[in-house]
Design a protein around this ligand. Structure first.
Ligand SMILES: [Zn+2]
Length: 326
């Protein structure tokens, strides 16, 4: 969990000092004792973000001046996280909760109905076009997707930078409504972040245009939004009956398809075992490489400056190498 806490004394801030800031629990309790609650409520803004990509959007828009409570701890899976009682307490103190609904993170959704009315709850999925999960390949046995949304659709919207832009716009709109928000600063940091995401999107579009293969074999079905944007075909090994190992017949169907489509690299990810990817790679004489679904970073990665844009650029380079792009 990344918890940025500014310990501040209650005072009037000019816009120059930053657009928003969080009064930490320490500040809240101090001001409560000093009877200064009116100022605290005007100046203290805390935002809860259900998992890393949303956390990054809020942090970028606020220029680091706002407190962001990340509800998925570093290194934990986004889909199956559960809130600790401390996190729930922080969430209840927050002004806004940003999350993706439709059953993406049941651990968050189950507490929403019991949150105080002071927490504005915003489902960022609502403005996005969410993709259906379609069968991947003929000859696969028991193809199901354990990560599908309740509607049966694919939750991994953030991997297309265009969806990050839509979410960032909505976050800006919501933050603007908060008391104490510097609307101009929010607009300019949004413009800056959107420009970076737009550049990233063009890099994907141009970088994957002319490749020897257009098939990515991945360990879990996270990359459909990116694949759709860049005209790639994703085959996810763990999209085949995620509760048990894919059958030999399924593994052979994937290997056969990969071979017929000049696949030279099988992609896996740090949080999942590499062995299935390695099995298919061995079968067709391919290499393996990492692809990051950016569902969260380890604390070590965060300390080293990990971000959505950095991780996506690394994904692009690995895809370009793996697909032999010009
Ligand atoms: Zn996932």
């Amino acid at each position: 969990m990344v918890l940025i806490i500014s310990i501040v004394t209650p005072m009037k801030l000019t816009p120059r000092h930053g657009l928003l800031f969080l009064g930490s629990l320490v500040t809240l309790s101090l001001t409560a004792c000093s009877g200064n609650e009116a100022e605290t409520s005007a100046n203290s803004i805390a935002i809860a973000a259900s998992f890393y990509p949303i956390e990054e959007i809020v942090t970028n828009l606020s220029g680091g001046t706002i407190g962001v409570v990340g509800l998925t701890p570093p290194g934990a899976g986004a889909h199956d996280m559960e809130l600790t009682s401390e996190q729930l307490a922080e969430l209840e103190e927050s002004d806004v909760l940003f999350y993706l609904g439709d059953g993406f993170q049941p651990g968050i959704e189950k507490v929403i109905s019991s949150l105080p009315a002071s927490v504005r709850v915003v489902d960022l999925l609502e403005r996005l076009t969410v993709r259906d999960i379609v069968p991947q390949l003929e000859g696969l046995e028991g193809e199901t997707d354990g990560e599908a949304l309740e509607s049966g659709k694919d939750p991994h919207v953030w991997l297309d930078p265009a969806n990050m832009i839509i979410m960032a716009n909505e976050v800006r709109d919501v933050l603007k409504d908060l008391q104490g928000a510097d609307k101009k600063a929010l607009d300019s940091s949004l413009a800056e972040y959107v420009a970076e995401l737009t550049t990233l999107g063009s890099e994907f579009d141009n970088g994957l245009k002319d490749c020897e293969s257009n098939v990515i074999v991945t360990s879990h079905r996270a990359f459909e939004y990116l694949a759709a944007r860049t005209n790639l075909k994703q085959i996810a090994i763990a999209g085949v009956n995620p509760d048990s190992e894919p059958s030999t017949k399924s593994m052979q169907a994937i290997a056969k398809f990969a071979k017929a489509n000049n696949v030279s690299t099988i992609f896996f990810e740090a949080l999942l075992p590499e062995d299935l990817a390695q099995t298919i790679a061995n079968e067709i004489g391919a290499k393996t490489d990492l692809l990051d679904p950016i569902e969260g970073f380890s604390q070590e990665d965060l300390d080293a400056g990990a971000s959505y844009i950095v991780a996506q650029r690394s994904n692009l380079e690995r895809l370009r190498t793996g697909l032999k792009c010009k």
